[in-house]
Design a protein around this ligand. Structure first.
Ligand SMILES: [Zn+2]
Length: 496
């Protein structure tokens, strides 16, 4: 175990019953984030420096997001497969920019048992190199194209600083890899997959986001260009939530992948890769969470509805009424929603409410004898504490609609926060003014030259050009830094 006194792993365990253990979000966002992740039992630190453990509740959340994306990946014609965890050093070294980009983060295996290896093996930081080496054998003719594959895997990038879900040495992701006959076809693929990421982020995770193209300095090492979805966090920072890269022929040349084209000429195929990781879980926590803890998007919440029965041991008739109502609800909601009942004994209702609020469960159904006397139960929505009394008889079939309403309300709230944080700026001075009172999302005409990108970074502490917006054009307006006419609108923000 790391003996560093600041290592959070060595902090004393937190008490479930002490709500003060969550730092106030408004006071210290970073500590609030870590408190929520740990107390809601999503993930925790481990004795292995830089590595996290994803606990069952967190893994169920990831699985739901993963399954949604996996369905999109398959819907768009891709197949899953699995490559080795290890990559021979010589493979990694073939594409110069790629090596330079990843070298500082690679973990190496030097021994097998007590024998030193003749060639070091990298633990995959990403799999382009080994995939290219294998497909060099498998791609022979234009008939073998396109290749559309994906792998769900863990990868390792040695990190000095750890933040649960956001920055860990080992993380989980999917990496898609495709090969095409033409650059245009590869470009369409890159757009399609960015569209899938946006669908996951907005339609499943309820976040607000901006799609666009990365600048030269921010693109993937070895790519022609990179597209990204930048998701809006409630502290007004950006999180790069998914990226899709057009690799051109850079890797297929370096790895000597050739095929015979339709006119019998030898060609290098065009390639793409695209990835989305467990980082997105950190994103949805920061996008939606509040002072009480997590607020989970209904479509991926492991528990969508929590039922809290209010029983009194001194009134067996009332208790039986409550028990019967809960049984009916459980029976009738099967297959409709993910519903769970909190039957823990010796825990007060208020503690149960706080427990499930911390865990972000979208709907709470309180079943008590008093309401039941009128055939009613009380339903409370997590995101805004909206409360309604509804008839027990039809509640089960109403639950999917109530969850859908919660979904749209959460999505609209995220969009509203993004809209409120957005600023239009025309000059570097206006950019400075926009950030004077804290972070915003600034939109500005931007010529996309390295000099102007440096000027933007120098103008305001810690901001970057997140991307060139795919959904907007500057129509020849002057660049905020050099005043040359441009069509690009840059999204400028601070980011995780
Ligand atoms: Zn410029």
């Amino acid at each position: 175990m790391c003996m560093c006194p600041l290592d959070p792993y060595t902090r004393p365990p937190m008490s479930e019953k002490d709500p003060k253990q969550i730092t106030r979000k408004s006071e210290d966002f970073d500590r609030w984030y870590t408190d929520v992740v740990r107390r809601a039992e999503l993930a925790d630190y481990t004795p292995v420096g830089g590595c996290m453990v994803v606990r069952p509740y967190g893994w169920a959340l990831w699985e739901n997001a993963r399954d949604a994306l996996d369905a999109m990946i398959k819907r768009t014609g891709h197949e899953n497969m699995q490559f080795p965890l290890f990559i021979p050093e010589s493979y990694l070294m073939k594409e110069a920019e790629h090596v330079e980009g990843f070298a500082p983060e690679v973990a190496w295996v030097t021994h097998g048992g007590d024998k030193e290896l003749e060639e070091r093996l990298a633990i995959r930081p990403t799999s382009e190199t080994i995939i290219c080496s294998l497909y060099a054998k498998w791609i022979q003719s234009w008939r073998d194209l396109p290749v559309l594959i994906n792998q769900w895997a863990n990868v390792v990038r040695w990190e000095k600083r750890t933040r649960l879900f956001l920055r860990t040495t080992e993380f989980w992701w999917q990496e898609g890899h495709t090969f095409h006959e033409t650059s245009e076809e590869a470009a369409r693929e890159v757009d399609t997959m960015l569209g899938c990421y946006r669908e996951l982020i907005e339609d499943w995770l309820c976040m607000a986001s901006v799609p666009g193209r990365k600048t030269e300095s921010e693109k993937f090492a070895g790519a022609d260009y990179t597209l990204s979805v930048e998701a809006f966090m409630s502290d007004r920072l950006a999180l790069q939530a998914g990226t899709s890269h057009h690799l051109g022929q850079n890797f297929t040349r370096a790895y000597d992948i050739t095929y015979t084209d339709r006119s019998n000429q030898l060609q290098h195929p065009f390639q793409t890769s695209w990835g989305l990781s467990t980082r997105v879980i950190g994103g949805l926590i920061m996008a939606h969470g509040d002072e009480q803890g997590l607020v989970l998007p209904p479509r991926v919440a492991p528990v969508q509805v929590i039922v809290v029965p209010i029983s009194r041991s001194n009134d067996p008739d009332a208790s039986r009424l409550v028990d019967d109502a809960v049984d009916k609800l459980e029976r009738e909601s099967q297959g409709l929603v993910r519903l769970r009942t909190d039957r823990r004994e010796g825990v007060r209702p208020g503690e149960k409410y706080a427990h499930w609020e911390l865990r972000g469960v979208p709907l709470r159904v309180v079943v008590g004898a008093k309401d039941l006397a009128d055939g009613m139960v009380t339903v409370v929505r997590r995101m805004d504490a909206d409360q309604q009394r509804l008839p027990l008889d039809t509640l089960a079939v109403q639950l999917p609609r109530l969850l859908d309403e919660a979904h749209h309300a959460l999505r609209a709230h995220a969009q509203q926060m993004l809209d409120e944080a957005s600023r239009e700026v025309a000059t570097l001075d206006e950019l400075r003014q926009a950030f004077a009172d804290g972070p915003v999302w600034a939109n500005a005409p931007f010529c996309n030259t390295p000099a102007c990108e440096l000027a933007v970074k120098a103008a305001v502490h810690a901001v970057t050009v997140r991307n060139l917006r795919a959904d907007r054009t500057a129509d020849g307006a002057p660049c905020l830094a050099c005043a040359q006419p441009t069509d690009h609108v840059a999204l400028i923000a601070r980011a995780y």
